[in-house]
Design a protein around this ligand. Sequence first.
Ligand code: ADP
Ligand code: G6P
Length: 489
Amino acid sequence: YERQDGKPFRQRLLVVANRLPVSAVRRGEDSWSLEISAGGLVTALLGVKEFEARWIGWAGVNVPDDVGQKALTKALAEKRCIPVFLDEEIVHQYYNGYCNNILWPLFHYLGLPQEDRLATTRSFQSQFAAYKKANQMFADVVNKHYEEGDVVWCHDYHLMFLPKCLKEYNSDMKVGWFLHTPFPSSEIHRTLPSRSELLRSVLAADLVGFHTYDYARHFVSACTRILGLEGTPEGVEDQGRLTRVAAFPIGIDSERFIRALDTHPVQEHIRELTERFKGRKVMLGVDRLDMIKGIPQKILAFEKFLEENSSWRDRVVLLQIAVPTRTDVPEYQKLTSQVHEIVGRINGRFGTLSAVPIHHLDRSLDFHALCALYAVTDVAIVTSLRDGMNLVSYEFVACQDAKKGVLILSEFAGAAQSLGAGAILVNPWNITEVAASIAQALNMSADEREKRHKHNFAHVTSHTAQEWAETFVSELNDTVVEAKLRTRQ
Ligand code: ADP
Ligand code: G6P
């Protein structure tokens, strides 16, 4: 790519993910507004700046008409985004069905759907067919925009079939695939009816990446045990062809959060929040309203803490900000009512005429409000039952250099491996232990808080999203060069 401005050459990166960094909302026949999408994948990818990146993905909306598709394609082009248009039926079977009702719970150790096993088995085939069809649709868009020399980086469990589709089109394409969720133990993966086909498709990539060494090891074990292939220290080998497998722990754009703290809107929010919660310690949970986040467990642990520590009842408040997500999937609908019921019960039990112990909001907060909340928080609490990494914990740490608050963190989040030394690690299934950790956090000395924060802050500011992407892409380039050298020998 020739640059007119004399700046150094940057490799072009095609980032392919189910969800684009912006989601579209229709305002008229041919007018659209674009909003930042929620979730860790988008947060991390938005932190990746030093590439000539194009994004390929779904804009989160059904656009059946040509006029709408043309207008949206144009609006997205300004953000360097290229849409993949998925119709309602595909979204239902591929996204709601196979991705979010089957793969997502399975990869987070929640098992395959249980309610009606036979119905699940019957619908499984059509959902898997839709999954493959959707992946082929993504591949078609990538192929249309691919130019020689591009690096194609596929993301997440939605697109496990994509590396194979791309390599069938052009075996010289540099293809990487990164999983943002855990990869479960091979004993879990082997329960999946399409277990082998998915593994083989992912293995078509040149480089396969995970957040932690454990997830990478599970993947290699699944390939050796289920496919009978050979695992090596570099990855997985099949008839002389190596697929490189490695861990690439993700990060955030920490500078963006740190800089935001000094801005006027964030300072305004901080002032309001400090006034509003004067005399009370603030505990904070920020999650998508997802069953993997352990929100009911978190709230029940807070209830136990209040039960056992009556002197804290009017001195602490839990703010739980839970953005609704995947609302067409029945399991998510059930979770919403379950959380509302528990919060209502606890507020009824411990609330007074002037204050309630839990503020639960089913909504997303804008960036400035979120930064301010992180900054005024005394204790952040993440109780994921499983979580690929959990970037909320990173964002909290980035905003706490003044306050040095405490992070309570599930040992089942990938972040436990990087922030474990500074956080209080808990088993979210053990309500008694989590309740005790709340007491420990609220009573922690300033020295201890500072020591713990220092460790985590150093990690969050030195392991950024940009560094993550650079490491992955450079490893992908090297892997392809090495593979070429090997075949020539
Ligand atoms: P996941 O990817 O499973 O959602 P992460 O913790 O890795 O989990 O990332 C979540 C991202 O979504 C973070 O960047 C966080 O700021 C954002 N987010 C989650 N809940 C909310 C919310 N209620 N309001 C605003 N942003 C949110
Ligand atoms: C997780 C997944 C992402 C996904 C995000 C939000 O972070 O790993 O791939 O984009 O959740 O979920 P959604 O279904 O709204 O895209």
